[in-house]
Design a protein around this ligand. Structure first.
Ligand code: SF4
Ligand code: SF4
Ligand code: FES
Length: 524
C-alpha cells in the first residue's frame, strides 16, 4: 500500500522545553481521513500522541487542526485530497493556548460565545404560546446557516482581527449573535450593542475565515448583516463611519481631500493613439485613485492607452459605496449606487460594455454588491465589470513589456481580490512578464493589511499592528519592494511604514502594481 509522511506538532509542557515536529509514516488510500491516520499512529506507532475527536462525522467540531497550514476538520479531510507532496504537516489550531500536542485550550473561545448570551430571551410581558412557539419556515430557513455552526474553531484560528487584538469577539460569536437576531422568538434588544462592545467593528471583513468553515457559513456577510442590524437599532454607525457617509453625501467621495480629482485632469474620452482601439472601456477610478493616488491613476490610464484601449472617464462618478456597505450603512448608500449605475448604463446603452476599475474594493463592490443591493441592477451587470489586470490578461492582446526592471518584489494579494475569485497568479504572471523582475513567492501567505471594513478609521492601531506583520515578512525575505494592486492596502502599509524607525524603514519601497507595470512599458 502507498505511504505518506505526517509531520506532526508535538509538545508536552510537562516534559518538553519547546515544541518540535515528529514524522510518522502512515498508509494512504482513498477514503482515509487525517483523523483515521492520527488514530492509526496512536494505535500502532506512538501511544503518546494526543488529539481531540468524538463524532468522526463533521458534527461535533472537536477535531479541527491545521493541515498544511490551513485550519480544517481532521475527520472531514481525506489525505488524498490534500496531498501535494511527500509530507503533510499537522499542527494545533492558531490563536489557542496549546495544552498538549494537537489539543488546545478552548476556554476563551467558548467564553466569547457565552458572553454573547447564546440563548433565546423571551419577552414575558407578552402572552406566550401555551404549547409550542411555532416559527414560519421562512424564519427557520433564514437562521439555518448561522445555526449550523459546530464551534470547531477553524475560523477563529484563521482570523486576522484576532491576530492583532485578542479581545475581539471572534467570527464564531458574531455568527452566533446573528443567529439569535434572526430568531423571531428572541426579544433581547441589547444584542447589537453588546456585539459592538465586544468588537463587532474590529472585523476587517477580509473573509479569511470563510474558506476554512466546514459548514460553509458566509461569515463576512453575517458580520455585515449584524452591522446593518446595529445601524437599524441605532447603535451604529460609529462616528468615523458616519463621517465617511457624510463625506460621500456631501462630495461624492468617501475621503476628505481638498485637491482636484483625477477625473478633471483628463478629458471624458481619452484616445492618444492613432489606430483603431482594441477595446473601448469605461474607467471607474474609485475615491483613492481619484483623490489621493493620482500617480497610480495616471499609470492605469497610460497602460490602457499603450495597449490601444480607448478610455471613457465619467466626470460624475462617485464613491462605489464599499466603506458604507461594510459598515452597515447599505440603506444610506442606495442613491449613490443608483447614481453610478445610471452612468454605467448610459455607456452600456451605447454598446460600451466593459467597466474597468483597478481598485480591488471597488471591483468587488460593483460586481457583487450592486446586483445584490439594488433590485434595478440585473446580475448580468457582474459580467461587465473587470479588474484592470484581469481585462489586460483575458480580454486583449497585451503588448510586451520592454523595459528591464532589476528588482526583487513581494506581492501583497488583497483580500478583496481573492474574494472576487481572481487568483494571485494572475497578478504574479503579469508582473513576471516584465524583464528583470524577480518575485518572492511566500507560500500560504495571508497577511491582510488590516485596514478594511472600517477598521482603518475606527481602530487605526489594529490596522497598524496587522500591516506590520506584512512589513516584517518583507524585511525577512529581503525584497526591494512590496507591491499591491489595492490602493487601500497601499495606504495601510504606507501609514505603518511612517511609524517605523529610520533603520526599520531602510532597504525597501512600497509600490502600486500598476505603477510597476507602467515602468515595465517605459511609461511614467
Ligand atoms: S472576516 Fe477577517 S477579521 Fe472578520 S472574522 Fe473573518 S477572518 Fe476575522
Ligand atoms: S463558523 Fe464555521 S469555522 Fe467558525 S466555529 Fe462555526 S463551524 Fe467552525
Ligand atoms: S470528530 Fe467531530 S467534527 Fe471531527
Amino acid at each position: 500500500m502507498e505511504e505518506i509522511i505526517l509531520k506532526i506538532f508535538r509538545f508536552d509542557p510537562e516534559k518538553d522545553e519547546a515544541p518540535y515536529f515528529k514524522e510518522y509514516t502512515v498508509p494512504i488510500r482513498r477514503g482515509v481521513t487525517v483523523l483515521d491516520s492520527l488514530n492509526y499512529i496512536k494505535d500502532n506507532l506512538d501511544r503518546t500522541l494526543t488529539f481531540r475527536q468524538s463524532c468522526r462525522s463533521a458534527i461535533c467540531g472537536s477535531c479541527a487542526v491545521k493541515i498544511n497550514g490551513k485550519s480544517m476538520l481532521a475527520c472531514k479531510t481525506q489525505l488524498f485530497e490534500i496531498r501535494t507532496g511527500e509530507i503533510i504537516s499537522i499542527e494545533p489550531l492558531g490563536h489557542f493556548r496549546i495544552i498538549k500536542d494537537l489539543v488546545v485550550d478552548q476556554n476563551l473561545f467558548f467564553k466569547k460565545i457565552k458572553d454573547m448570551e447564546p440563548w433565546i430571551v423571551l419577552d414575558h410581558s407578552k402572552q406566550l404560546p401555551i404549547n409550542e412557539f411555532l416559527m414560519p419556515p421562512q424564519n427557520v430557513k433564514e437562521l439555518k446557516e448561522a445555526r449550523n455552526c459546530i464551534f470547531c474553531g477553524s475560523c477563529y484560528s484563521e482570523c486576522n482581527a484576532i491576530d492583532g487584538d485578542t479581545t475581539f469577539a471572534g467570527p464564531h460569536s458574531l455568527v452566533k449573535t446573528m443567529r439569535f437576531l434572526k430568531d423571531p422568538r428572541d426579544c433581547d434588544t441589547g444584542r447589537t450593542g453588546q456585539a459592538i462592545e465586544r468588537g463587532l467593528f474590529k472585523c476587517i471583513v477580509c473573509h479569511e475565515c470563510e474558506p476554512t468553515c466546514p459548514k460553509n457559513i458566509n461569515i463576512g456577510q453575517n458580520v455585515i448583516d449584524l452591522r446593518y442590524k446595529a445601524v437599524t437599532n441605532h447603535c451604529a454607525p460609529l462616528p468615523p463611519h458616519k463621517k465617511i457617509m457624510q463625506n460621500i453625501r456631501d462630495t461624492g467621495c468617501s475621503i476628505s481631500v481638498k485637491e482636484a480629482s483625477t477625473v478633471y485632469k483628463y478629458p471624458e474620452y481619452i484616445k492618444t493613439f492613432k489606430d483603431e482601439p482594441q477595446a473601448e472601456v469605461v474607467l471607474f477610478l474609485g475615491c483613492i485613485l481619484n483623490r489621493r493616488q493620482h500617480d497610480v491613476a495616471k499609470s492605469v490610464i497610460n497602460i490602457l492607452q499603450h495597449n490601444e484601449i480607448a478610455v471613457h472617464l465619467p466626470k460624475n462618478q462617485v464613491c462605489c459605496g464599499s466603506p458604507a456597505i461594510r459598515t452597515g450603512q447599505k440603506d444610506e448608500i442606495l442613491p449613490v449606487i443608483k447614481k453610478n449605475f445610471d452612468i454605467f448604463e448610459s455607456y452600456i446603452e451605447k454598446g460600451i460594455n466593459n467597466i474597468l476599475t483597478s481598485c480591488s474594493g471597488c471591483c468587488l463592490t460593483l460586481r457583487n454588491d450592486y446586483p445584490e443591493l439594488s433590485r434595478d441592477i440585473d446580475t448580468s451587470f457582474k459580467s461587465k465589470v473587470y479588474d484592470v489586470a484581469e481585462f489586460l490578461t483575458k480580454k486583449i492582446d497585451l503588448k510586451e513589456f520592454t523595459e528591464k526592471i532589476n528588482t526583487k518584489v513581494m506581492y501583497h494579494y488583497p483580500c478583496h481580490t481573492r474574494k472576487m475569485g481572481l487568483s494571485e497568479d494572475l497578478y504574479l504572471e503579469l508582473m513576471q512578464k516584465i524583464p528583470g523582475i524577480e518575485i518572492n513567492r511566500v507560500p500560504s501567505d495571508r497577511l491582510c493589511c488590516g485596514g478594511g471594513g472600517g477598521v482603518r478609521t475606527r481602530y487605526p492601531e489594529l490596522n497598524n499592528t496587522l500591516s506590520r506583520r506584512r512589513l516584517q515578512a518583507v524585511k525577512e525575505n529581503k525584497v526591494d519592494s512590496l507591491v499591491t494592486n489595492c490602493p487601500y492596502c497601499y495606504m495601510s502599509f504606507d501609514s505603518a511604514i511612517e511609524l517605523l524607525s529610520l533603520e526599520e524603514k531602510a532597504g525597501f519601497d512600497l509600490e502600486n502594481f500598476y505603477t510597476i507595470l507602467a515602468r515595465g512599458y517605459g511609461l511614467k
